[in-house]
Design a protein around this ligand. Sequence first.
Ligand SMILES: CC(C)(COP(=O)(O)OP(=O)(O)OC[C@H]1O[C@@H](n2cnc3c(N)ncnc32)[C@H](O)[C@@H]1OP(=O)(O)O)[C@@H](O)C(=O)NCCC(=O)NCCS
Length: 154
Amino acid sequence: MEIKLRKYREKDLERHLELFLMNGIYKKINEKIKNQEKIWLKKVIQNYEGEKPEFFTIAINLDNKLIGNLVAEKIDYKNKTLEVGFWIGKDYWGKGVATKALNLFLKMIIKKFNPKKIIAHHKKGNFASGRVLEKAGFKFEIEKKGMKTYNIML
Ligand SMILES: CC(C)(COP(=O)(O)OP(=O)(O)OC[C@H]1O[C@@H](n2cnc3c(N)ncnc32)[C@H](O)[C@@H]1OP(=O)(O)O)[C@@H](O)C(=O)NCCC(=O)NCCS
């Protein structure tokens, strides 16, 4: 099992949409969704070039196949905080992929953005996410409106 983080490419669109279907985020992909995701992907790729991007998204490859992504968003360059999120295709759950990918991503974003605090949220009942965050060194901070917040202080 080889897990690699890599930049998105425009040709990832079809596979990205396939992963949305796999996770039941959409039942069917129509033109509107396709366009919306095409715009998202363009922005993701543009952000690789920017000096202070609004968000930074990286693709997760498992054995050379796109299976999900991680994002650093709400990047506050002044206060040096940012939030991370991640998701992977259902077929690949329960193999330690998210934990491994998150650990690699944390190293990458610490180097890139030099944050003082990294924040992450998940819905209260999403136990797998909580475990992944804990295994990557996040500490539970607070629960509010059905959301749990974690952080890493650097
Ligand atoms: C959350 C998610 C990323 C986990 O990915 P994954 O590759 O299966 O995660 P890992 O295999 O690295 O670790 C999962 C951990 O959660 C545990 N877990 C899974 N389901 C669980 C449950 N219902 N209750 C308690 N623990 C659970 C596993 O046992 C494992 O912990 P362990 O190593 O201590 O045994 C994946 O389920 C996902 O993409 N979900 C949809 C999107 C999402 O929720 N994103 C997170 C929002 S920030």
